[in-house]
Design a protein around this ligand. Structure first.
Ligand code: PXP
Length: 239
């Protein structure tokens, strides 16, 4: 049984398209909370393309479930996190031109930068998760950092064009999850998960939480946000 974190970035994407007040991502987050989401994820990007600073402050103020702030290790954003104190931060790589987070963090290459940022964030008693690819070297360096939670990037699995390629990516996720858990890590997963590809990820032994955004917000156009959350929660829980 996996928990469900709902990423509400794309409610803000729609709002920012017109620089209007609605739709309000915080109101959407509260609806997700009512529908049984276990946490809310919001990504404060350096370019502020969707979630804004005031959204982060209001999410912290109004949410009763866990607030997971997704962010890169830009000094300005690290300062905001330390000031707002979400329950958790998920550190991700960020590139200006990307449509969405394209891959996991390179913990091997960015070890020193991550160590400094993690030390600063941990001082505020904020839990830290690293978004990484299902790769042994990345898992090992995460453990060396002293970080206890990871989120495996499921993008390669979600984008696989053939069932053989999908099975290969799933096997990688299953194997690396077992390895990470054997080292004491809590394992989450996310990116590109939809109503028709989430179950095998939820069924990975010990999978703690799935973080899902685009498919839930899209589904909300058909069935409403609360029903969209309930449907995905059922998949996460049915494992
Ligand atoms: N987890 C992380 C770390 C992400 O960067 C994203 C995308 O913002 C998600 C989960 C959710 O991905 P999706 O919107 O494809 O469900």
């Amino acid at each position: 049984m996996a928990l469900l974190g709902v990423n509400i970035d794309h409610v803000a994407t729609l709002r920012q398209q017109r620089r209007e007040l609605s739709p309000d991502p915080v109101a959407a987050a509260l609806a997700c909370e009512k529908a049984g989401a276990d946490s809310i994820v919001a990504h404060l990007r350096e370019d502020r393309r969707h979630i804004q600073d005031h959204d982060v402050a209001r999410l912290k103020r109004f949410l009763r479930i866990r607030f997971n702030l997704e962010m890169a290790i830009h000094p300005e954003i690290v300062d905001i996190a330390c000031r707002v104190k979400p329950d958790q931060v998920t550190l991700v790589p960020e590139r200006r031109q990307e449509l969405t987070t394209e891959g996991g963090l390179d913990v091997v290459r960015n070890f020193k930068k991550l160590k400094d940022a993690c030390a600063k964030i941990a001082c505020q008693k904020i839990d830290i998760s690293l978004f990484i690819d299902p790769d042994k070297a990345q898992v090992d360096r995460t453990v060396a950092l002293g970080v206890e939670t990871i989120e495996f990037h499921t993008g390669m699995y979600a984008k696989a064009l053939t069932s053989a390629a999908r099975v290969k990516e799933l096997k990688k996720l299953v194997g690396m999850s077992a390895y990470a858990r054997s080292l004491g890590l809590t394992v989450n997963a996310g990116h590109g998960l939809k109503y028709d590809n989430t179950l095998p990820i939820a069924q990975i032994p010990g999978m703690h939480e799935l973080n899902i955004g685009h498919s839930i917000i899209s589904r909300a156009l058909d069935v409403g946000l609360k029903n969209a959350v309930r449907e995905m929660r059922k998949i996460a829980r049915s494992a």
